[in-house]
Ligand binder design. Sequence first.
Ligand code: HEC
Length: 108
Amino acid sequence: MRTGWRWILLGAFALAAGAAQAAGDVAAGKLKKSMCEGCHGLEGYRTAYPKVYSVPRLGGQHPDYIVKALEAYKSGARSHPSMKGIAASLTAQDMEDLAAYYSSGAAK
Ligand code: HEC
């Protein structure tokens, strides 16, 4: 009986640790956003490559949407060339952190 409980507790700790790692961190996202703000967050900004695109606003966007969009660029499901290149360099944790930052209300 006693050893059984120990395994249940271990499992609970492992789950808690996993959840803490997956959750986005606003402060970490703020440090990582320097690679995004050249395009996102400038009022009315358009990229000129490969043609002229208006850049969507990320501030206030739902975090799950941001993560899903970044995963889609990385996998190729979404095919915008600039975003593909950027998303390819992001880890899952980077995506969560950036999503936390942009959805936090701190960003434009
Ligand atoms: C070179 C300019 C540029 C940079 C740098 C850039 N983006 Fe983008 N981003 C764009 C453009 C243009 C689009 C719209 C592309 C499209 O039509 O699919 C876009 C789209 C997105 C979308 C989808 C938005 C939506 O409403 O569907 C997300 C999320 C996103 N970018 C996040 C980021 C993050 C996070 C970074 C930094 C790691 C970043 N971008 C850096 C130009 C850029």
